[in-house]
Design a protein around this ligand. Structure first.
Ligand code: MN
Length: 719
């Protein structure tokens, strides 16, 4: 079906080298190509494709496709190497040492593109994916390698499941074939289209193929006769020329059928291409042909005077030919033909080969790139000059927006300066709302990190987590800002209710009261009366929004103020400097025991040491069990603002390492971590040391840790 097809089993390196030599025989360049082949061969050793053949046949075929569009030696070498960084044990450094930075950069570019997953769900995205491919490929040769890569994958598509076949075909048809067209690489464009059609609409594809086949012999004879007539005519006028009969691609026929035409009505099923030496001869030939064969009205197109954006040039006409057949005739010069078939890429090799004169005009690399940029963008629907348009697109793609990726390779477009929270909200509001941490390119970053182009962003979420109002100062997109605001107006009440319930539970636990018993119907009634509420939910709400304290609620039922308010606190003069008040003693050396690490707010007790002042322990520290006679009452000084070391044992349900998630969840609530150790390896246990302001923050910390689904339980450590 295509001149590019190649019997996989029989493809050898020598054939690829021969193909290159037909347009370039530079010995040094061939050496590099060969080296790239050998390098890839070694690196892919032992790897196989889904189709069953050795992996190396894939890069070899890609290289062969690249020779068919006269790609330069660097492009072909990169074609051989294009999957090595992704799939093999090879670093960019190693490749650069062997092949230099140009080839390595090409391979890196292809690798980068291959990580992106382009879904083709709507038209807007398709336009935008094209822009991304263009915007991300600093060197247009990257795109060309990508096209060759995809073409070979499409040829071997039968090896993958049907659903994937359709997905790949859509992507090829809607994104890659148009890019090939923009770049003027007709060969690749048209084969991609035909292959896609074969998988997307097999019945249509085979129906057209069969009809073409049936009429082939007759058409072949007519085409041959017509070719003779036209050739004789041009010879009469002494115009040197070459004539090719031309098969229309199945896809182009499908396109016309799809627009409602009948198969028998498609007049340019038979087509001729006339290739002459000069532009003037093109017009001359056209005139001569029209004088003999009557042209169809409105079918004449002059793409020489007005080239297509991809620099395609040619004259098109349709005439009533012999035997009553219509013929579509294209007339162009050799060079125009070259560009039409292979794109401008083909000129690079000509340049190095000291080839055609016109091609030599394109020696400046920057100029070539600009030409490519121009060619990529379809100018027809825009009135701007090509340069302005290119600049504006580049600006839009490269300056105002950044493109970041999910770990799966989905593209997320964001304005410059956007943060991971913007990214998270762009994926889904649920993702945004439950964000607890971010990893960019494998490193942890803060939520206000400024995302860079091409960052790979992993958002860690926790289904129990909710947005913070501070986020409003962090996010850059209105979309995210509105969603956060929305959350608060909608959910503030819920959040407060939850918070109030939590504080009440905590306080009841502290007083050794059972939650369900405490909130009996009778008690709820009493509390509601006392603090002016309607129901239990409102009780939670008043506590959660700070209108009442948990003690205020509990004390309605349990008149035991003394249990929480230390007896001595009012009677003892406060030593403002000290964080511990020892009853009856003003100045004494006090230190916090490091076996149980009490923090502000813990129930504590002092132990009178021999010669080292008073050591303060938590009330339930096992080291105190047999020391009753030397203990002394101590209380916290409410005025202190110290931070206290606390050590937590975190038991997990899994042997997977969640250190990163753990640290993420802790840093989210603004707590300084002193250290984390992994204790057991089976179900991992972490020993976490950090500083907290007191029991309230410690409770928050424990809660935050418990929200991680992998956590089994959290305990404060005793030694
Ligand atoms: Mn590949």
């Amino acid at each position: 079906m295509s001149s590019l097809s190649k019997d996989l089993d029989k493809l050898t390196y020598e054939e690829i080298e021969e193909a290159f030599k037909t347009y370039n025989d530079d010995k040094e360049q061939i050496e590099v190509i060969k080296k790239a082949y050998e390098f890839a061969l070694e690196k892919h050793m032992g790897q196989y494709r889904k189709s069953g053949e050795a992996y190396i046949y894939h890069p070899m075929n890609v290289a062969l496709i690249l020779t068919s569009i006269y790609a330069d030696y660097e492009t072909i070498s990169a074609g051989f190497l294009h999957d090595v960084l992704e799939d093999c044990d090879c670093t960019a450094e190693e490749m650069e040492a062997e092949f230099g930075s140009t080839i390595t950069k090409l391979v890196q570019g292809v690798t980068k593109l291959s990580k992106i997953h382009f879904s083709t769900e709507n038209e807007y995205l398709i336009e935008y994916y094209k822009k991304i491919i263009v915007g991300m490929s600093e060197d247009v040769r990257v795109i060309i390698i990508k096209l060759a890569d995809r073409l070979h994958n499409m040829r071997t598509l039968w090896a993958i499941p049907e659903e994937k076949q359709k997905e790949k075909s859509h992507e090829a048809l809607e994104i890659l074939a148009p890019i090939a067209d923009h770049l003027g690489i007709h060969k690749i464009k048209s084969e991609l289209e035909d292959l896609s059609l074969r998988y997307l609409k097999p019945d249509v594809f085979y129906d057209i193929a069969e009809k073409l086949n049936k009429t082939k012999i007759e058409r072949d004879k007519t085409v041959y006769d017509m070719q003779q007539e036209v050739s004789d005519l041009l010879n009469d006028y002494h115009i040197p020329h070459e004539i090719k009969g031309r098969a229309k691609s199945i896809y182009s026929i499908y396109n016309k059928l799809d627009k409602g035409k009948k198969f028998s009505d498609i007049y340019d099923l038979s087509a001729l291409r006339i290739i002459v030496d000069t532009e003037q001869e093109c017009y001359l030939a056209l005139g001569i042909i029209h004088s003999k064969f009557r042209p169809l009205p409105r079918r004449f197109k002059d793409y020489i005077a007005m080239p297509k954006p991809n620099m395609y040039q040619s004259l098109h006409t349709t005439v009533f030919g012999i035997d009553g057949y219509f013929f579509e005739i294209q007339i162009r010069t050799h060079e125009m033909d070259e560009i039409a078939e292979n794109g401008i890429a083909s000129h690079w090799s000509y340049k190095e080969n000291g080839g055609s004169d016109k091609a030599a005009n394109l020696t400046n690399t920057t100029e070539q790139k600009l030409q490519f940029f121009k060619s990529i963008i379809d100018l027809s629907r825009d009135k701007m000059s090509s340069e302005d348009f290119v600049n504006s697109v580049k600006d839009e793609v490269l300056n105002n927006n950044i493109y970041c990726f999910t770990p799966k390779g989905d593209v997320i477009e964001l304005p410059k300066g956007a943060t991971p929270l913007d990214f998270a909200y762009k994926i889904h509001s649920k993702v945004g709302e439950t964000t607890v941490g971010v990893i960019v390119n494998n490193s942890i970053v803060p939520l206000d990190y400024e995302l860079q182009n091409n960052d790979i962003v992993k958002i860690n979420t926790n289904k129990n987590s909710t947005p913070s109002k501070e986020w409003l100062n962090i996010v850059k997109t209105t979309q995210a800002r509105n969603k956060i605001k929305n959350f608060f107006t909608k959910n503030e009440r819920e959040v407060y209710i939850e918070r109030g319930k939590y504080s009440l539970e905590k306080e009841l636990r502290k007083r050794k009261l059972v939650f369900s018993e405490f909130f009996s119907d009778e008690n709820i009634k009493k509390i509601c009366e006392a603090i002016n509420c309607e129901n239990l939910e409102e009780i939670y709400l008043t506590v959660g929004n700070g209108k009442t304290t948990p003690n205020g609620v509990i004390n309605v039922i349990e008149k035991k103020d003394e249990a929480v308010v230390p007896k001595s606190i009012k009677t003892i003069p406060k030593n403002i400097d000290a964080d511990i008040i020892v009853s009856g003693i003003d100045k004494v050396k006090v230190n916090l025991a490091n076996c149980c690490n009490p923090v502000f707010g813990d129930e504590i007790i002092g132990y009178i040491t021999k010669g080292n002042g008073i050591s303060v322990h938590r009330m339930n520290c096992h080291n105190l069990e047999n020391m009753d006679d030397r203990t002394i009452d101590v209380t916290w000084n409410n005025n202190n603002n110290k931070r206290y070391l606390t050590v937590l044992m975190i038991y997990t349900k899994t042997s997977d390492n969640h250190m990163v998630d753990l640290i993420q969840s802790i840093s989210m609530i603004n707590i300084n971590i002193e250290g984390v150790k992994t204790i057991s390896r089976d179900n991992i246990t972490y020993e976490l040391s950090c500083y907290v302001t007191g029991i309230e923050q410690l409770d928050k910390l424990i809660l935050a840790i418990k929200k991680n689904s992998f956590v089994e339980k959290v305990e404060r450590a005793f030694r």
